[in-house]
Design a protein around this ligand. Sequence first.
Ligand code: AMP
Length: 398
Amino acid sequence: MRHIDSYNFSGKRALIRVDFNVPLNENFEITDDNRIRAAIPTIKKITDSGGSAVIMSHLGRPDGSYEEKYSLRYIVPHLSKLTGKEVKFATDCIGDETVKMANQLLPGEIMLLENLRFYKAETKGDRDFAKKLAELADVYVNDAFGTAHRAHASTARVSELFAEEKMFGYLMEKELESMEKVLNKAEKPFTTIMGGAKVSEKILIIENLLNQVDNLIIGGGLAYTFIKASGGKTGSSSVEEDRIEIAKKLVSIAKEKGVNLVLPVDNVVADKLSNDSKTKEVPIDEIPDGWMGLDIGAKTIEKFTSIIKSSKTILWNGPLGVFEIEKFENGTKSIANAISEATSNGAFSLIGGGDSVGAIKKYKLENKVSFVSTGGGAMLEYMEGKILPGIEAIRGSE
Ligand code: AMP
C-alpha cells in the first residue's frame, strides 16, 4: 500500500474521492464547511508537491440525474478560497470533455467534478462507470471516510482499477488511526458511553465492544429497554419490547467478560416531549405511568462522570437524553464536559456516530476532545467489526 507522505506526486494527476456532502441553504451558501476543510491537507499535499488534483464527491441524494440543488458548482468559490487556487469545474463527472480537461491539468492545478450521484451507476458500484472515472488520473486517493462502508463506484470499484497506485488521504488515515487506538490499542481503563434513541441500532456495536471495554455506560433512550429487561417500571419511556431478550443477553455477556455495564440510576421524566412539559426526577426503574424518561438524573451524572474522569480511553456514541430540547440537555452537556476534562488530563477520546457529534459541536467542545469522526454509519460499521469496502479496496494490496 502506498502512503501519501512518501508518494511522489510530481507530474501525476490524482483522483481524490472526498466527502463534500455539506449543507447548503436556499441561496446555495454553505452553512457548515467542516467537511471541505477536512480534505484540504490532502489536496494541498498533492498540489504542493507538483501533482494535479481531480476532486470528486457526492452531495445529497439526487435521484440519479441532474438536480440543481445538488450541484457541486456552488462549492467551487469556497474550495478556491480554502486552497488559494483557481478551481476548474467539470459539469459532468465523466465523458470526453472531462477527460480532456483532466489531461490538460498542469502541476498544482485543481479541478472539481460534478456530483457523482447524478449517475445511478455511482451508488450501484458500476464497474464501467468506475472505469470512466479511472481514466481521469494516474493515482487514486480516498479521503472520504463517510462513504467507506459503501461499495460505490468512486470508492471501492475505482480503487480496484488502480492496481498499486492508490492510498488513503490524511483525513482517512486520521479516522483509521483513531479507531484503531480505541479498538485495538486502547490504554486502560477503556470506557464506552452509548446513548441515542434505539437499542436495535446499537446491538452489534455493543456486542463487539464488550470484547474490549472495561466500562460500558448505557444512557439515552436505549437504557429503558435494559431497565425493563431487569424488571423496572419504565412508564411511557421509549422501550423496544422486541429487544428485551437481547438486552438481557448483552447484560449476561458483560458479566461473563467482566465488563462493568453501567445503567442510569435516576432520570428526568416528563409528561410530554417539549420545553413546556412538567418534569421531575425519579429513580430510573420507578417511572410512573404516563411519564417518560428524557434525560439522565443528577445521581447518574455524578456516577457516569466519575467513571469517565478516571478513564484513559473514551468512546462516545449517542446523546444521553433528548438534548435538542433545552430541558433535557443537562445530562448530555455534563457528559460532554466530563469527556473534555478527561481529555485535558491525558485521556484519548473519540466521538462519533449518531448525534453525539452534533452534541459536542453544540457545546463547542469539538477542539477539546481527541478526535470527532466525520463518518456516522462508516464509523459504526467499523466499530461493529465489519469490513468496509472503501478501506479494504485500498488495504487489499498490502
Ligand atoms: P442516535 O442517532 O442513535 O445518536 O440517537 C439520537 C437521538 O436519540 C436524539 O435525537 C435524541 O433526542 C434521542 N434520545 C436520547 N435520549 C432519549 C430518550 N431518553 N428518549 C427518547 N429519545 C432519546
